[in-house]
Ligand binder design. Structure first.
Ligand SMILES: [Zn+2]
Length: 524
């Protein structure tokens, strides 16, 4: 038999087997037994917290002909078996990461009109739902608003902020929390005893910390350890070897070097760690948790209180950590943790992990370096340039009629069209699909995905992403011509993309019009 990962092999089949999410499984289980189900659920939370697992159990439970006391599927009736072995098509799983277009959603909608042949419900599990395109979300919205009584939607996402509020408000939402180290260790012990494998607590504790709240990550790390350990007892040292991690004594040396301000020594230590084949990401994460322990000792342990049990370290290690902690004050340690926490997100997808880590080490050593000065200066320079230009050229509105572009398609110059009234703009919004379809605009695809709305006399166009918005802005003359041809009016419009770092909700047109920023725009 082919090897099955621990995560799959031990995937819970009942609500009561799901660990770490008891309030959620209890609530949903009782909805099943009392037949008070919502028609759409939204499961949110970081990866590996059990969203898909609970979705699968729920999908079987609503169909099972012999539901257990806690609302779980029996796992034995014809329906449960049919769903498990794939002969019954009551549960449809869609991965929105690879099926994100409007056509994919349309396929679902067309298919939903057929009742399930056996079982009670047709369940659609849409995983990573935030990947759907705007038009796909809109298509889905209509179905979720008025689904047939036999349909149930379960949407799962790791990025709630990217799910439109219109979808969110129509779902019953459950937030899946990160798993605690204890929960993860407990679960791993159970699995290992079922597998007949011994492991020491320190090894499991280490794996659980590495997994950072994700059961899936913990079990895949455990998979890796077991694969390299050929049935022997899994020790802490072996785990460090296999996972490319370093022992706590290395962090102790590192912090001593830092306290002496020895930059060269710190860089050399990093080099040694990497030369021994250790993973830089793991090193950084472990260093943060070591610093956090120092901080706890420094903040709470000074008055003689022994917190070694809280930290889960041996008495020897604890004595050493106390000596290291005494070299720093609470503020400094807090600042260090801040710098390295930033680093973890920076290096996650970077190819320059080592350089970024070295820069972070330099920052540790330079307390006076103000992190924001560079970016503040840069922003100031941009504002000054813009002000200069306003002084020189005055303020222009985008697509203003005084612009002399000489575009062949531009009727505004030849014979000025009357300015559009709100009704005109609304008409454009109502007929957006048709207008876009008829246009020869090379940005047709972008326009089709964009969200038009009325703000005063203006048309506001919110694009799916910044790149689309940029492309549309660059050829705004074309769009102007299309709108003029269509309405015989001069329609002013503004183009937005979901700005980086901003909550996507803020870019939705209704919120935009309430805030009313970007009133003055400079034409590039
Ligand atoms: Zn059943």
């Amino acid at each position: 038999m082919a090897y099955q990962s621990l995560y799959r092999k031990y995937r819970p089949q009942r609500f009561s087997d799901v660990v770490g999410q008891e309030p959620i499984t209890k609530a949903i289980g009782s909805q099943v037994t009392n037949d008070r189900l919502a028609h759409a659920y939204l499961f949110t939370g970081t990866r590996g917290t059990g969203k898909t697992t609970v979705a699968k159990i729920l999908a079987r439970a609503v169909n099972c002909s012999n539901v257990l006391e806690d609302g779980s599927p029996c796992g034995e009736c014809d329906i449960c078996r049919g769903i498990s072995d794939g002969t019954l098509m009551n549960v449809i799983e869609i991965d929105a990461a690879s099926n994100n277009g409007v056509d994919d959603v349309r396929t679902i909608i067309e298919e939903i009109s057929y009742r399930p042949q056996s079982g009670k419900k047709k369940v659609y599990i849409i995983d990573e739902v935030h990947n759907l395109s705007l038009s796909a979300f809109n298509a889905l919205l209509k179905t979720i608003e008025e689904p047939p009584d036999y349909a149930l939607f379960i949407l799962a996402t790791t990025e709630l902020g990217k799910v439109p509020i219109t979808i969110r408000s129509r779902c019953q939402r459950y937030d899946f929390h990160r798993m605690t180290v204890d929960t993860i260790v407990h679960r791993m012990k159970k699995i290992l005893s079922a597998e007949g494998i011994e492991a020491d607590d320190k090894a499991l504790g280490f794996i659980a910390v590495q997994a950072d709240g994700s059961m899936r990550d913990a079990l895949s790390l455990l998979d890796r350890c077991l694969a390299f350990n050929s049935g022997e007892e899994l020790t802490y040292e072996r785990t460090l070897d296999i996972l490319g991690a370093v022992d706590v004594s290395v962090f102790s040396s590192f912090m001593k070097i830092i306290s002496e301000g020895d930059l060269k020594g710190a860089i050399k230590l990093l080099d040694d760690v990497l030369m021994r084949g250790r993973e830089i990401q793991i090193f950084v994460v472990d260093l943060i948790s070591y610093m956090r322990n120092l901080l706890l000792i420094s903040a709470g342990g000074r008055n003689g209180a022994d917190i070694s049990d809280v930290l889960g370290v041996s008495p020897d290690t604890y004595e050493d950590m106390k000596a290291v902690a005494a070299k720093f004050d609470v503020e400094t340690l807090t600042r260090y943790i801040g710098i390295f926490s930033e680093l973890t997100s920076e290096i996650r997808y970077s190819t320059q992990k080592r350089v970024l880590t070295e820069i972070a080490i330099v920052r540790l050593m330079q307390p006076k370096m103000q992190e924001d000065v560079a970016s503040t200066r840069q922003r100031l320079a941009i504002i000054e340039r813009k002000l200069d230009r306003i002084e020189r050229e005055g303020i222009k509105t985008p697509a203003g009629s005084d612009k002399d572009s000489g575009h062949p398609d531009k009727p505004a110059k030849k014979a000025p069209l009357p300015e559009a009234l709100p009704e005109d703009v609304k008409l454009v919004c109502d007929n957006w699909g048709r207008i876009v379809k008829n246009s020869q605009d090379m940005n047709k695809g972008i326009l089709a995905e964009a969200q038009p709305s009325v703000r005063g006399n203006d048309l506001v166009i919110v694009c799916r992403d910044d790149v689309s918005a940029g492309s549309l802005k660059r050829s705004s003359d074309d769009l102007e011509a299309v709108l003029a041809r269509e309405t015989k009016k001069q329609i002013r419009f503004e183009i937005y993309g979901p700005e980086k770092g901003e909550d996507p909700e803020a870019t939705f047109p209704d919120l935009r019009s309430m805030i009313n920023f970007d009133e003055i725009k400079i034409v590039d």
